[in-house]
Ligand binder design. Structure first.
Ligand code: UD2
Length: 277
């Protein structure tokens, strides 16, 4: 029984839904998507010490993430021997993709774009219908289901959803390819969750990779690395569905009235301890 929501915005100015609890009926959504037998690729990077987050990520994903769908996790890591053996439900499996380590966290985070692009070209493009690219230092706490499927899906960053665009941490230097002029911008999207049709996410990752490389050639690094380029891409290529901060919370933030359920949240981490520098 859906009564709708009145205390949050549930549709964008270009008529894409913003998914909040109370805006969809999970039974109807499941009855549409489950018979399609979709293949869902999920990429997650666990480079260096971040491998420690994998067990909770995978165990909680098995409880809440795309339950009853075929899910193929692609784990990108330089520590194959430390990848935990987690029991997966039938129809779900894991592939480990070796990647180099790095002593700069900014590079690890940014290079995901290039590595996802390449993995789509080599493997994922032949295997999956939809793809989710998720941060690993996270846990699922509630349903994340077929209501999140669409052609190009982004998530509103939990730190900025109550703010107006002049407060968003977009890249503001015209010298960077991630530049967004003052007065422009729709939402501030988090880099921790990108999703959509494999073809559309491929286009996005290829664009971000090229922009990151162009910036590097000019010795400039955008304020929030790949997240800044992602925000620029999504300003000119509007997402077809937006996930509310229910789908990207941060454990240190107190829950508030708009957020009726936290589905996925970044765990608190000691940056100095887990990052290489
Ligand atoms: C934000 C974004 C993140 C990314 C980053 C860019 C959210 C909530 N988070 O988080 O997605 O855009 O800013 O600066 O939107 N990683 C490793 N090993 C490392 C470092 C990173 O595997 O040593 C991977 C890992 O999958 C991690 C991801 O890169 O989840 C992002 O890094 P982060 O979580 O340290 O970035 P953070 O918390 O600043």
């Amino acid at each position: 029984n859906i009564s709708g929501r009145t205390n949050v915005v549930t549709v964008t100015p270009w008529l894409a839904p913003i998914v909040w609890e109370g805006t969809f009926n999970p039974l109807i959504v499941d009855s549409i998507y489950k018979p399609m037998h979709l293949s869902i690729a999920t990429t997650v990077f666990a480079v260096g010490k971040y491998v420690r987050f994998l067990r909770d990520f995978l165990e909680t994903a098995e409880k809440h993430f795309m339950v009853d769908f075929k899910v193929h996790y692609y784990i990108f890591t330089d520590r194959r021997e430390d990848v935990p053996a987690v029991v997966l439900a039938p129809g779900r499996n894991v592939t480990i993709i070796p990647v180099p380590g790095s002593n700069r966290w900014q590079e690890i985070s940014s290079r995901r774009m290039e590595m996802i692009q390449t993995a789509i070209e080599n493997q994922i493009g032949k295997e999956a219908d939809y793809i989710f690219c998720l941060d690993v230092d996270t846990k699922f706490h509630g349903r994340w289901g077929a209501e999140t499927l669409s052609r190009l899906v982004a998530t509103i960053h939990p730190g900025y959803y109550e703010q107006t665009h002049e407060h968003y941490p977009y890249e503001r230097r015209p010298a960077s390819r991630a530049y967004i002029p003052a007065g422009e911008g729709d939402y501030y999207y988090g880099g921790a969750t990108i999703a959509g049709y494999v073809r559309d996410v491929h286009k996005l990752t290829k664009y971000c990779r090229e922009q990151l490389e162009a910036d590097a050639a000019n010795s400039i690094e955008a304020a929030w690395q790949e997240e800044s380029h992602l925000n620029r891409y999504l300003l000119y290529n509007k997402p077809t569905k937006i996930l509310s901060p229910e789908y990207l919370w941060q454990d240190f933030k107190a829950k508030n009235n708009e957020v009726q359920i936290i589905r996925f949240s970044q765990v608190n981490k000691n940056y100095a301890e887990v990052r290489p520098n």
